[in-house]
Each structure stands twice: as structure tokens, then as C-alpha cells.
Write a protein that binds this ligand. Sequence first.
Ligand code: AQP
Length: 330
Amino acid sequence: MAQKIMLSGIQPTGDLHIGNYLGAIKNWVSLLDDYFGFFFIVDYHAITIPYDPKAMRSRIHAAAVEYLASGLDPEKCIIYVQSEVRAHTELTWIFNTVTPMAELERMTQFKDKSAQHEEINVGLFDYPVLMAADILLYHPDAVPVGEDQVQHLELTRMIVRKFNARFGEYFKEPRTILSEAKRIIGLDGERKMSKSLNNHIPLRATPEETEKLLLAAVTDVNRKRRTDSGNPDVCNVYSLHKFFTPDAEREECAKQCRSAGIGCVDCKKILAKHMNAALAPVRERIAEYSKKPDYISDVLETGRKRAAEISEKTLDEVRSLLGISALHRP
Ligand code: AQP
């Protein structure tokens, strides 16, 4: 039986953070035992919001370093840059013609991002259609993502149904795989941890920076003084403990928090210790891969070639189904 395929990506809009790591990449790495992976750096999506063109190239490179350092093995997956594979934007145009406007208007990420920026461009509105093209070009079985992308994947499946109904059964509906950490809340204790909201802990932060960021994180807002008892069930710092701190120590933190035995600073220092220990190997590999720009370029070029080959074949078949392929002139 042919190996199952999964596909996913992250925008190079800033340093990847522990939300991207726990919610996406860590899951991708564990799924590589069962799936062959297509992982790309989603730069065409990243340009739908204001960005610095001078910084983009190094951000793309940094994202590739972070992918590899997080454990993506180029023997078990391909890694490439979205904009280097032309078929993504071409299939987007075709999908635009089967996607109802009303469906895009419902997208909550579009509404959230529109609220964050003054000028809203068509690219931001069309983002989920580009995402559908990114995915369907490679006929994946599954797409592992965080919770914020679930609605976009529903739209991808809707595009499959619309396309197939009009042009014949061709695409298959990929399933969504959610990680255990499907929505990591940011250090503000309110919103999703995001590169652009400045509420994140970068994967590549030093141990000292990590501790400093955690010390400023919002905890149980009702715990005003060190002597007040706290409620770990409503504390975002405690929810992060669940991904890093051994069970017994974490439960002891909760107990001591409820009885005001420890303060938030103590609790955060314990979390920082375990988070730094867990991320140390990734950070060491980030430092190593950062010294090997030629190797990173080779990995991306190998990925580009393979992705181009597969995606061009899909595009040829799609154009033929649409009746516009030059190869099928009457
Ligand atoms: N906080 C999060 N918790 C769980 N999963 C998350 N993901 C992102 N943030 C969290 C998952 O990471 C993958 C890549 O996301 P992305 O960078 O392409 O887009 P995003 O979701 O918009 O990420 P950011 O950090 O919030 O970026 P900006 O600030 O640029 O918009 C996806 O699988 C996502 O679910």
C-alpha cells in the first residue's frame, strides 16, 4: 500500500514560537512514523499583512532552520518554500472560480486579522483559497494543524466537493489532525499565542529570555497578592506546565498555588526550568543549523524540485479537467 501523505506549513511572519512548536511541528514530527510529510514555509500567505521585504529572506531561512532543528527529518519529508513552487498560485486562481464569496466572508481568521490591520487587501481575504491550493496539489490524506486552522480546512473540503461536482471526481477530502496542544494561549493569558501579537515565547529564545518572558506572563487575575490562594484551572501558566513539567511536580505546584504555599513567581520559575530543559536540544540544533546555510539551501532546493514535479502534474490534470489544457486542443 502506498504511504499516507500529510502536509502542513507555517508562515515566516516572525520567530516560530512554542505555540507553533507544540500545536504544529512537534505533532508533525511524531506523525512522520506513519506519514510521508510535505512541509513548506508559507511566504505567499505572509505577504498578505504588512511586512519588511528586507527581512523576509532571512525569516524564510530561519524558519527552515527551525523546522529541521525541531526534528523534521528530510529523509521522511520534503521541506520547501511555497512561493518557489508556481503551481500554488495558479491552482488558487482556478479554485477562486468555484469558491463562493459568502464562504470566505464567514472566515473568523479573516475577521480577526482585518481587525488588527488598517488596510485589508484581497490577498488576506483569499488566504483560505490559497491554503486549499497549497494542500490539494499534493493529494494529502491528512493535514495536521492547530485549532485556528480548522475552519480553513473545512473550506478546503468544501472546495473539493464544489470542484468534483463540477469537473468530476478528482480531489479527495483530506482530514484534519489536531494536536493535543491545539490552542496555546499567549503570555497575555487571553489570546492565541501568535508571532504578530507579541505574546509569544520564541523557540530560539535563550533560557534567560524565556524565564524573563514567563515572569511577565499573566496568571490567575484574581490572585492579587502572594498571600492569596490561586486557581490553577484558570491560569495560563499552569496550562503550559502541562506540556513541560513532570506530573508529580506539576500537581504539587497546583496544590501549593491553591493553598498560597508558593507564589506565581515560584511557579513560573519551575515552568521556565522545565521548558528550557525540554527545548535545549532544539535550541542547540538551531545554533548548529544556523552555521550551515548551504545545507539549508540544499534541503529547500531538493524539496522545491520534488514539490514542483508533483504539483505540475496535478495542475496539468486539473487544466485538462477544466477543458483549458493546451495538450487537449480539439
Ligand atoms: N497558539 C497556537 N497554539 C496552537 N497551534 C498554533 N499554531 C499557531 N499558533 C498556535 C499552529 O501553527 C501552525 C502555523 O501557523 P501560522 O504561523 O501559519 O499561522 P498562525 O496560526 O496565524 O500563527 P501565528 O503565530 O498566529 O502567526 P501570525 O501572528 O503571523 O498570524 C498552524 O497549524 C497553526 O494552527
